[in-house]
Design a protein around this ligand. Sequence first.
Ligand code: ATP
Ligand code: MG
Length: 430
Amino acid sequence: MAYQKPKGTADILPGESEKWQFVEETARLLFKDYEFHEIRTPIFEHYEVISRSVGDTTDIVSKEMYDFYDKGDRHITLRPEGTAPVVRSFVENKLFGPEFQKPYKTYYMGPMFRYERPQAGRFRQFHQIGVEVFGSTNPATDVETMMMAMDYYQQLGVNHIRLVINSLGSREDRQVYRQALIDYLEPHFDELSKDSQTRLHNNPLRVLDSKDQKDKVIVENAPSILDYLGEESAAFFNQVKDMLTALEVDFEIDHRMVRGLDYYNHTIFEIMSEAPGFGGAITTICAGGRYDGLVADLGGPETAGFGFALGIERAIITIEAEGAAIPMLNQIDAYVVGLGETTNIEALKLVQSIRQAGFSAERDFLNRKAKAQFKSANKLNARLVLTIGETELAEGTVNVKQMETRKEKTVLLEDIYTRFAEIYDELTEV
Ligand code: ATP
Ligand code: MG
């Protein structure tokens, strides 16, 4: 009986994992330039941490949670997103305290779990890179953080991207807008999709986000949230737009854009891929926004928040759709060819000593013929091939060949063991 991985999950195999490392490393290096530091929270959380922050009526909480009761009868869920856990940790560890930098800037990367219908770019275990900024109500934080996300895709070689923003206003603004939206939608109740009918009263903003064709037509003429922003919210949104303009960034405003998580207010944004090869209905590769009430909701002091999350799977699909190159380390410094079983120990000593000198090395383990071993060396793109047979072993030497120039040289084993770096430089210098 051979088993298969659970639906909606993936094995990331060697050959593919190098791409993941590139995407992750690029994030680490860039985020450091913006003075973000990494946080690692547990993969599972108390159910309430997620339900209270993301919202009971959202799809994530009502349909997609991987939750269970543990042996101690605690209600646990695998995390479906990163912000709620980070906020829980921020409060629990009192990261708002005077000893910490303000704003407090942190990032995470790792698996998230949602019980969704798997399709291209949508999985049940997927991986996000996300950032959070705590304690700044300055719109420059919104803009800086959005720019970091844009910079990130540029560093990945992804240029066909679009920044779309909107404002959800304050909680009070949204209360008023919510009623206006219900008033507009109610007369259309019978024409709405089943999902939208349910959402109409418990989460009407989500109707704006419906993928149903008929819903979309109805939503066309719905009132705009931007007409319901109070004075302060409107001024804040104007500052965000002015700052983006000052940075000469192209952006669009989509007044129908909402988010699938309830904690957002004021600025929200999405980054869409416009790569010609980026197929399917899915175009959003990064999403986030401001969540000023969330820290207080989870028991902390009133603290502003801004963050985003992007999917690693979708980042890789986007890079490939753009035809951008993913740099791969596809060369090793030395390959040791051992001829005859008597060279087994010496070959082992050789690769170990080369590695201890700080170089990469591989050897044969299958006692294959010279030709097959050279083939492996070529396949691994070895710069040097060290060949040791019984004669060399008896003489205490090894034949070293520079694969590019085909130059060869007999070298004392002793020299490899004591000064490999020099020999490597001598033989590989151009
Ligand atoms: P979508 O509208 O695509 O469902 P979302 O609004 O649920 O996305 P967020 O929860 O804001 O997305 O997550 C941010 C990013 O995480 C998305 O832009 C996407 O890149 C990635 N993401 C979200 N859900 C999945 C999933 N099931 N599989 C793969 N990536 C995902
Ligand atoms: Mg979703």
